[in-house]
Design a binder for this molecule. Structure first.
Ligand code: PMP
Length: 414
């Protein structure tokens, strides 16, 4: 079994953070900021990643269950993906005009995703979720967007969860209902009848500060039916789980019938790329919503994505990740129980999460993450975790050993 070693020194991390605060607002921004309630035992700066591991600037090694918050699906620096990217790099990278790899990647997605007739590419998840909403508005000539409370769709003003810089007008056409709440959905459909362009949701609910929640059958059926009946464009935000739990997109697991789906994280195994795919009926509208970005023709990321998606299908990666995540969750449940602690694991196992029984304020989760990070295992305290192909059984078992020591420690503190 792999031995996890960890020196715990964080001198360099802290010193770089100090320098950063002089020249970068907040030092580290977004969800990796220390201000975002990450345990203080988490490193601030990482300068190397390989397989299932990260090394921070102090030389500490961490077993990585963050996986860059989803993109790392095959393991850091997967040789085949790196080779595809390097081959493209030898010809250049950004060519002013698209490289033919873009056409090949679009063909792959159209062939792979059952409802897709076209595809476009960008860099981040937010690029394509926002664009998809515009396509829905262009197609329907309507204004309103229905969203699920607590769902995250990116940083743009219509959906950014933080109030900084947002004015009420940014959200005046965005209306939220609860996950799995069919009556709440029907209420909004009635209230804004004739003016709803899009309903955007995730294939399963994965709010920050909460566990994953699958859709009920009746919710899936109602969403599909109501969108058809009311001419509402169903946008599936599959940014986080797309190709991780099913190689044809997560709707294949849960049964949603989207008109547009957005993908990003697991597409390129770390190379920056996102995609929106859609039905023939939306192709004309999609052609009318201006879409561009300085780096969106980047052939290297597109080549990496093509290779990554080929591997995901060839090696049935979602099945392996599901087994891996289940091994982790079952192991943690057993280890916790042996110390008198009850935790509840949540699926999908390829992007697993746990909750401590009765831990509404997440204090136990925070303590658990803190203790594990101290021993070199990064389990996020309030965002779902990720596993990759590099998380072998031995790697998972080593994480469970560390977690078990954390549970033992927590039992003494209770
Ligand atoms: N949707 C979902 C479900 C996400 O998880 C994310 C990123 N965490 C986004 C959209 C936004 O993607 P990005 O950060 O690449 O803009």
């Amino acid at each position: 079994m792999e031995q996890i070693t960890h020196s715990q020194a964080r001198t360099q991390s802290l010193s770089w953070y100090e320098r950063a605060t002089q020249v970068i607002p907040g030092g580290v921004y977004g969800h990796t900021s220390p201000a975002a309630s990450l345990p203080l035992t988490f490193p601030y700066y990482i300068n190397k990643a390989e397989g299932a591991y990260l090394w921070d600037v102090d030389g500490n090694r961490y077993l990585d269950f963050l996986c860059a918050y989803g993109p790392i699906i095959l393991g850091h620096q997967h040789p085949e993906v790196e080779q595809a990217a390097n081959r493209m790099r030898e010809s250049g990278g950004l060519f002013s005009h698209p490289h033919t790899i873009m056409v090949e990647l679009a063909e792959l997605l159209v062939q792979r995703i059952d409802f897709a007739d076209w595809s476009v590419f960008a860099k981040n998840g937010s690029d394509v979720t926002t664009w998809a909403i515009q396509v829905a508005r262009q197609h329907t000539g309507r204004r309103k967007v229905l969203v699920v409370k607590g769902a995250y769709h990116g940083v743009d003003a219509w959906t950014n969860p933080s109030p900084g810089g947002i004015i009420p007008e940014d959200r005046m056409h965005v209306h939220a209902f609860d996950w799995n709440d069919v009556d709440g959905l029907d209420h909004l459909l009635k209230k804004h009848a004739g003016d709803i362009a899009a309903l955007i949701l995730n294939p399963y609910h994965h709010p920050a500060f909460g566990t994953n929640v699958a859709p009920s059958n009746v919710f899936v059926e109602t969403v599909n039916r109501r969108c058809r009946e009311h001419g509402v464009v169903l946008v599936l935000d599959d940014i986080r789980a797309g190709f991780r739990i099913h190689s044809g997109g997560s709707h294949r697991i849960y049964g949603f019938k989207p008109d547009i789906a957005c993908y990003c994280k697991a597409m390129g195994n770390g190379y920056p790329v996102s995609a929106a795919v859609g039905t023939e009926a939306l192709k004309a509208a999609a052609g009318k919503v201006f879409l561009t970005g300085s780096y969106w023709n980047d052939g290297i990321a597109l080549a990496a994505a093509k290779k990554c998606l080929e591997i995901i299908e060839r090696d049935n990666v979602p099945a392996t990740l599901t087994r891996t995540g289940e091994r982790l969750i079952r192991g943690l449940e057993t280890a916790a129980a042996s110390h008198g602690i009850r935790i509840i694991g949540s699926e999908p196992f390829a992007a697993p999460m746990i909750a401590f029984d009765g831990d509404a304020d997440l204090r136990q989760m925070q303590r658990f993450s803190e203790l594990c990070a101290e021993e070199g295992v990064l389990f996020h305290p309030h965002h779902n975790w990720f596993v990759s192909l590099a998380h072998t059984d031995a790697v998972i078992d080593s994480a469970i050993e560390v977690a078990s020591r954390a549970f033992a420690h927590m039992a003494t503190e209770a």
